[in-house]
Design a protein around this ligand. Sequence first.
Ligand SMILES: [Zn+2]
Length: 103
Amino acid sequence: MHQLPQANVICFQGHCPECLLLEQSRTMVGNYDELLECPQCYLQIHLDGIKDIILRIRGIGEFLPQKTPAIPAHFSPILTRASLLNPLASDGTYFTVEGQLWA
Ligand SMILES: [Zn+2]
């Protein structure tokens, strides 16, 4: 079991974190790879319980027909980076400041 960070971390509440940096609010939607994808910048996030993983590759804009993902209102997991070896696994590091999302 992973130890959760104690510092301030960036949490995911259903809106694209990259677009939020540009002061644009984009609700992420499901794609055919069973990931959430931003309709604006195609950033992908894998939902993985309390920590969600920002993938290192973009989607291609192939969204599921239903526009709204099944994200509960209290949904607020911690954003983490994808592993270099496994694109759907966390590398164990967390985003603690917004600027890290650009890296
Ligand atoms: Zn976006």
